[in-house]
Design a protein around this ligand. Structure first.
Ligand code: CS2
Length: 485
């Protein structure tokens, strides 16, 4: 057994040069941000001397702060590759705050004129919007709370509006709000929600925000599974240091950003980010081709007994299923982004999914389906229905999601369903009988499925039929039957 002095030592991770000035506040410093935005910023900081420091803010849990603050914000970003783990030290995060500890202090930090950009990776549910139409959900408890306590907010939207209000009162320039979440037209979406929230507080503030604040859209892409205890151990064997803030990810990364910043920005292009005038085609490509198939593989793969995406696509029928989704159902709905070939893109995606060094759990991707399905799958189905093209693979994926949120797998084992609407979804499913009753119960939940889809008989009947097939033969055979007919 190793003696105590041989155990990896966390105190070796500390800052030896002064931290850069805080010019970015980032809301949601989970694994994805630490593997992505913080890495791009770190790389820019090493090649020019502007120094963009990040103040990270967790909106709920103290986990990130406990991981990062004792290490001066320094951690390893580790690339999984066939050649093994490739760790790199990242030092762009200066400090991490836990918003519920002192919301007023977070607002004050965001209101500092030195802060030029407020970026977000708060996941789909963090926007407190209605998935069916992208508008602010005024019935959301966090929004109700924040409209009544605007200086002590709990939601990201509440923090942004409170800080912008302070900037306006002080006569300072606003910051840019940069959404880095997997939502279509994420800039326009967050603009709409922020402005609507502000209108409910103060119309003049809302007008000022509309006129002065930039909300660029961005497309973000890097597969980053949740860090496990084994990952931390494997890294400590290489570095001799215990790093509780480390993150693990694939080599690939792509960041396409609309170049619309009202108060300056880091030169992220020095680290390979693409600045463009129009992001929508890139977003649609990524949301439908990558996230759409990810979710389809997550629900069907989980039900078929696969733990990870690479295990799922190691099954030849699932590989064919995924390729069928791209070729027949998804790519025909996606406009070709400039300079990209969607078939080359999806072939490369299959290689990324097949990489066994990345253990991306189907259960992790299956989380929050109620917030993810509209932009990943339902929009594609709607576009196909509009020209009478059927989407049998995506119908099966929707049926698999409805099966999954019922909370019991094909072997009668309980599924740990994580979703902000988990209780409502389960109750709707439990209270209904037979495939048609369950599908109708979920389709008719308010503000979830877009209206034209709820009213579409072809869609409803096809999902019921797919659900019946899942009940009868299970996900593995259902996928096999589909790709072999
Ligand atoms: C995944 C994404 O968890 C999920 O829902 O589909 O996190 C995916 O890995 C990233 O968007 C890849 O860029």
């Amino acid at each position: 057994m190793a003696s105590e002095s041989e155990l990896p030592d966390r105190s070796r991770l500390h800052r030896i040069t002064p931290a850069p000035e805080v010019r970015i506040v980032h809301l949601g410093p989970g694994a994805f941000f630490r593997a992505f935005g913080a890495v791009y910023t770190d790389e820019v900081n090493t090649v020019n001397d502007e120094g963009w420091g990040i103040l990270a803010v967790s909106l709920r849990s103290p986990t990130a702060a406990n991981q990062l603050n004792p290490q001066d914000g320094i951690y390893h970003s580790v690339t999984f590759s066939k050649e093994g783990l490739q760790p790199k030290l990242i030092s762009s995060i200066v400090r991490t705050l836990v918003a519920p500890d002192d919301p007023g202090a977070v607002v004050a930090e965001m209101a500092e004129p030195a802060v030029k950009v407020v970026s977000l990776t708060i996941t789909e549910k963090g926007y407190c919007h209605r998935p069916s139409d992208g508008k602010l959900n005024l019935k959301h408890p966090d929004i109700i709370h924040d409209l009544n306590n605007w200086l002590q907010p709990v939601s990201a939207i509440g923090f942004i509006v409170a800080a912008l209000a302070k900037r306006r009162m002080a006569g300072d320039k606003p910051f840019t709000v940069l959404s880095c979440d997997n939502l279509p037209s994420n800039g326009a979406l967050v603009r709409g929600i922020v402005v609507e929230f502000a209108q409910n507080l103060d119309r003049e503030l809302a007008n000022w925000i509309e006129a002065q604040v930039s909300f660029p859209s961005s497309m973000v892409d890097r597969i980053t599974p949740a860090t496990t205890a084994e990952d931390i151990n494997a890294l400590s064997l290489i570095t001799g240091t215990l790093d509780l803030g480390c993150v693990f990810h694939e080599q690939f990364r792509q960041w396409v950003i609309e170049d619309d910043f009202c108060n300056g920005r880091p030169l992220w292009e020095l680290a390979g980010a693409q600045f463009v005038t129009e992001v929508d085609a890139h977003e649609l490509k990524k949301l439908r081709c990558l996230n759409g198939t990810h979710s389809a593989l997550a629900y069907l793969g989980y039900l078929a007994g696969f733990e990870t995406i690479s295990e799922t696509v190691s099954d030849p029928d699932f590989t064919l299923f995924c390729e069928m989704l791209w070729t027949d159902e998804i790519i025909p709905t996606v406009p070709q982004p400039e300079g990209e070939n969607l078939f080359t893109y999806s072939a490369k995606l299959m290689e990324r999914y097949q990489d066994t060094s990345i253990r991306h759990r189907t259960w992790q991707i299956a989380m929050d389906g109620s917030q993810k399905l509209p932009q990943r799958i339902l929009g594609t189905i709607l576009d196909n229905l509009a020209i009478d093209r059927v989407s049998p693979g995506l119908y099966l994926a929707v049926a698999a999601w409805i099966f999954y949120i019922g909370g019991v797998d094909e072997n009668g084992q309980e599924i740990d369903v994580r979703d902000p609407l988990a209780a409502e979804l389960k109750a709707a499913s439990d209270n209904a009988k037979h495939a048609s009753g369950k599908v109708d119960a979920i389709l008719s939940l308010p503000e979830l499925f877009p209206k034209p889809l709820v009213e579409n008989v072809v869609f409803r009947d096809a999902v019921i039929e797919a659900y019946e097939i899942l009940l009868e033969v299970g996900a593995m055979v259902a996928v096999r039957q589909l790709v072999r007919t």
